[in-house]
Design a protein around this ligand. Structure first.
Ligand SMILES: O=C(O)CCC(=O)C(=O)O
Ligand SMILES: [Fe+2]
Length: 205
């Protein structure tokens, strides 16, 4: 597969680093609007929960998980229900694989209904992703800020992710950095983020 990433611009952050590759407007404006619209209505959005201090708390966003047969994925002890691929998501997967020269077998969709929805500091370092994951993240809809901070030093950064932008997180990013999309109460439009991942097959049956 030919990688086109060498033609792309690296994220313009306060201090750009080699573990992020940023391709603004990877997806066209109108094409993106149509995809956003169709995902809003066709995806089986799930409300997930986590346990804290003995209480079951709803996470502040909706999610959906699409993957090849045999792939199972859980985070924070939540096993995500695997849905069968929608044609739109398969087409996008091919486009993204071609652009970045990496294979993906699953996608986590996150629906931020408005600026009150968020995802707090975390790293995508589940065991199933292996030690050196490539994760491709496409943003649709409202612009939101992704912040990241180094796990070992005080270094931080932020990136404004706009409609149609593609961000490739290289191996090393999950190992050394945490990231979050904090609440931005002034945002009243929805946003969908898709993170394509390569998850190891579950052999446990
Ligand atoms: O919404 C984003 O840009 C990031 C989402 C994220 O961190 C994730 O899906 O793991
Ligand atoms: Fe993440």
């Amino acid at each position: 597969m030919i990688s086109v990433w060498n033609e792309l611009r690296v994220a313009r952050t306060e201090r750009p680093h080699p573990e992020l590759e940023y391709h603004p407007a990877f997806y066209g404006e109108e094409q993106g609007r149509q995809l956003l619209q169709s995902l809003c209505t066709q995806v089986t959005w799930q409300t997930d929960h986590f346990m804290a201090f003995g209480r079951r708390i709803e996470i502040p966003r909706l999610q959906a998980w699409y993957a090849d047969p045999g792939i199972r994925y859980s985070y924070s002890n939540n096993l995500l229900q695997t849905l069968a691929w929608l044609p739109e998501l398969t087409a996008l997967r091919e486009q993204i694989e071609l652009a970045c020269g990496h294979r993906f077998n699953s996608v986590l969709l996150t629906y931020y209904r408005d600026g009150r929805d968020s995802v707090s500091w975390h790293t995508d370092d589940e065991q199933e992703l292996g030690s050196e994951p490539w994760i491709a993240s496409l943003s649709l809809g409202a612009s939101r800020v992704m912040q990241y901070r180094n796990k070992h030093q005080s270094e931080t950064g932020a990136l404004s992710l706009h409609h149609g932008d593609l961000l490739l997180m290289r191996p090393g990013f999950q190992q050394h950095w945490l990231h979050q999309v904090a609440a931005q109460p002034e945002v009243d439009e929805p946003r969908i983020n898709l993170t394509y991942r390569l998850v190891a097959m579950d052999d446990s049956g």
